[in-house]
Write a protein that binds this ligand. Structure first.
Ligand code: NAD
Ligand code: UFG
Length: 329
């Protein structure tokens, strides 16, 4: 397949580019490098630098390249920042999707796989969450992703653009070579923050809230390896190429771990004591997010291969230990 990866210099995008190339696909990456890293992009991929809100930039990509499927990872995705600066999120996440759909329609490109999120559900009524459960986002980030899904749905009906929306739960881990991994600035995700302690970059990890209605009082999340997410994108593209209809899929392991359990596993993996301090809840955090991914397993044939938390954290630790300053750009 010929795949255009928008946001391919970012964390999940760069891992997907690598897996796509490994599987024999031809890959073109377009990225603004706002949060991504040029060094994260596999050297075998063709690369364009620009912003997807710029129609002329997309015209160039779509004219110069033959594209079967677009994979769309571009977004701002800091939940806290989305609450204090919502318009930045509406502008990039929704603005980007509008220009992209307009240009796909103009250039006759009819297939797209894009990044959605568990944040579309908000505080779930039950776990594991299935795709038909209520979507009531508790922050502007989740709202923009839900709005994108709806925009894709209507565009699909009007223009025949078939889409797969992948609702990831908590992406984590790193490629087995430890040559690419997570490098966000600022970092807000739990696992890389925990690993900053054994790296000597942070004295302790804060536990945001210990009074949730969970077995140990801390929030429970479904941690899913980034390479398993990458594989789901390849399967989704295959599904569309074989005539699959527009649809939405959860991607998680179906098992939840509390913040305290994640810290304890990181202690085991790194051999470091990793001091932790209990602190206030972080605004907008649901107590529990656990996916049912039965639909992705059944329809896409997806099977997460890295479902042990220990393995996930070990892969992240290998990346951070080898690259304590990330991509250093
Ligand atoms: P990331 O910030 O590492 O990657 C996003 C990439 O898109 C970056 O390389 C950035 O430079 C690029 N980009 C952003 N806006 C752009 C624009 N207008 N034009 C061109 N390039 C642009 O983020 P990530 O963690 O890899 O997440 C990828 C996607 O997955 C996002 O859409 C995010 O909302 C979604 N998601 C992430 C998680 C997670 O746990 N990391 C969970 C659920 C959903
Ligand atoms: N946490 C801490 N201390 C920290 C950082 C995080 O206790 O220093 C806690 C959070 O409160 C939360 C859990 O660890 O309970 C996980 O937090 P992350 O920030 O790593 O991840 P989130 O669950 O908040 O969000 C991530 C993505 C979203 C996505 C969501 C879906 O950033 O895009 O997963 O589950 F929507």
């Amino acid at each position: 397949m010929n795949i255009l990866v928008l946001g391919g210099a970012g964390y999940i995008g760069s891992h997907t580019v690598k897996e796509l190339i490994k599987a024999g696909n031809s890959v073109v990456v377009a990225d603004s490098l706002t949060t991504g890293h040029r060094k994260a992009v596999d050297s075998r991929a063709k690369y364009y630098e620009g912003d997807i809100r710029d129609g002329a930039f997309l015209d160039k990509d779509f004219t110069e390249e033959k594209i079967d499927v677009v994979m769309h990872f571009c977004a701002y995705s800091l939940v806290g920042e989305s609450v204090t600066n919502p318009l930045k999120y509406y502008n990039n996440n929704i603005g980007g999707a509008i220009t992209l759909l307009e240009k796909m329609q103009e250039h006759g490109i009819k297939k797209i796989v894009f990044s959605s999120t568990a944040a579309t559900y908000g505080e779930p009524e039950r776990v594991p969450i299935v795709e038909t459960d209520p979507t009531v986002p508790t922050n502007p980030y989740g709202e923009t992703k839900l709005a994108m899904e709806k925009m894709f749905k209507w565009a699909s009906e009007a223009y025949g653009i078939e889409y797969v929306s992948l609702r990831y739960f908590n992406a984590c881990g790193a490629d087995e070579t430890a040559s690419i991994g997570e490098d966000h600035g600022p970092e807000t995700h739990l696992i890389p923050l925990i690993l900053q302690v054994p790296l000597g970059k942070r004295e302790f990890i804060s536990i945001f809230g210990t009074d949730y209605a969970t077995h140990d009082g801390t929030c429970i999340r479904d941690y899913i390896h980034v390479t398993d997410l990458a594989q789901a994108h390849i399967l989704a593209a295959d599904y569309l190429m074989h005539g699959g209809k527009s649809d939405i899929f959860n991607l998680g392991n179906g098992v939840g771990f509390s913040v305290k359990e994640v810290i304890e596993t990181a202690r085991k993996v790194t051999g470091h004591a990793i001091p932790a301090k209990e602190s206030e809840r972080r605004a907008g955090d649901p107590a529990q997010l656990i996916a049912s991914s039965e639909k992705a397993k059944k329809i896409l044939g997806w099977k997460p291969e890295h479902d042990s938390l220990e393995e996930i954290i070990a892969s992240a630790w290998a990346w951070h230990k080898n690259n304590p300053d990330g991509f250093e750009d």
